[in-house]
Design a protein around this ligand. Structure first.
Ligand code: ZN
Ligand code: ZN
Length: 352
């Protein structure tokens, strides 16, 4: 098959022929119809993820068709259209037994712990625990964003964030996960303040229902002051969807009393631990939460809102590129994350 492979961290990946994957006993091989280009892929390529061994194929948010199944797989067969959370759970550890597959103790992640979906085929583990059936009306390009950024945003806003109608929600960083969070918070009845340095990203956020937009480039020390002013004292819920020391601290300082901060953007230890303003956490009795993907069995409410048209992940897709364009797009992700979601279609044509 053709796959995007990198041999060294930070050195341009190449599209080349590699052996086709074969399914493990409990796993499947999926023919990749669409796979999202995510900032986590860039972190992996830069060497920020300790799980990655070289050479490596990135890609973790995908949709496609089951091509082959392992002997032990019960619920899936070739031809099924599926997507998968980027955290593939083992199904047997204590976290999995408690229903928290998104923090499984023995998780696998395509594109991190093994070769991912910037390829014509990808192997996925523990198919009966992790695969999610795609409704007929949902395109693969739309579904690809669900496995990481959209599902992660859904759990961050509705799950960990416990958003309620009428609340103020601040979203720091309006890339793929941030725009998803804006759309989901608006659908849940919240009033959203979107924060980004890019005018294009803020324009998209406004289109998805953000009532206030803050240009963070005018606030290099953090946009929290502007957020507190616009929200009459601070947001009830604030999300760092980018993952940087500045946005993390600004998100915490954006909150009113008893507010909730949810960290979604990755802050890899390799780039240094951020300083969290803990004095403020104590004084205002803030909650600091993390959010790490979403378990396959929790997809139903999100899928129902997508099918009903209340959530429109299709509108997040702003570019579609072929595999051959993926190496350059991956490299560009660090400097300019780009507005919206870029989808790679291994069997498709360039459209943007
Ligand atoms: Zn587990
Ligand atoms: Zn991702």
């Amino acid at each position: 098959m053709r796959a995007v492979v990198f041999e060294e961290f930070g050195q341009e990946a190449r599209l080349r022929e590699v052996p086709d994957p074969v399914p493990s006993a409990q796993g499947v091989v999926v023919r990749v119809e669409a796979t999202g280009l995510c900032r986590s892929d860039w972190h992996g390529w830069m060497g920020h993820d300790p799980d990655i061994t070289l050479p490596h194929v990135p890609g973790h948010e995908l949709a496609g068709v089951v091509e082959a199944v392992g002997a032990g797989v019960v619920n899936w067969r070739p031809g099924d259209r599926v997507t998968v959370p980027f955290v593939c759970a083992c199904g047997r550890c204590e976290a999995c037994a408690a229903g928290a597959q998104q923090v499984c103790e023995r998780q696998t992640q395509p594109g991190f712990t093994h070769w991912g979906s910037f390829a014509e085929y990808v192997a996925l583990e523990q198919a009966d625990v992790n695969l999610v059936a795609l409704p007929q009306e949902l395109s693969s390009a739309t579904a690809a964003a669900l496995g990481c950024r959209f599902a992660t945003a859904f759990r961050a806003v509705a799950g960990q964030g416990r958003v309620a109608p009428g609340e103020w929600v601040a979203v720091h960083g309006c890339g793929g996960v941030g725009l998803s969070a804006v759309m989901i918070a608006v659908a849940c009845g919240a009033r959203v303040v979107a924060v980004d340095v890019s005018a294009r990203a803020l324009e998209l956020a406004r289109g998805f229902g953000a009532v206030e937009c803050v240009d963070a480039s005018a606030h290099p020390e953090g946009a929290d002051g502007a957020v507190r002013e616009l929200t009459g004292g601070g947001a009830h819920l604030s999300i760092d969807a980018l993952g940087s020391p500045v946005t993390c601290a600004a998100s915490v300082r954006s909150l009113r009393r008893h507010g909730r901060h949810v960290q979604v953007g990755l802050l890899p230890s390799a780039t240094g631990d951020p300083v969290v303003p803990m004095a403020r956490v104590i004084a205002l009795e803030l909650e600091i939460l993390g959010s790490h993907g979403m378990a396959a069995h929790d997809y139903r409410p999100m899928m129902d809102m997508v099918r009903a048209g209340t959530l429109r992940p299709d509108l997040l897709v702003t570019a579609t590129i072929p595999l051959a364009a993926a190496p350059a797009a991956l490299a560009a992700m660090g400097a300019a994350p780009g507005a919206g979601v870029t989808i790679i279609e291994p069997y498709g044509e360039r459209r943007d």
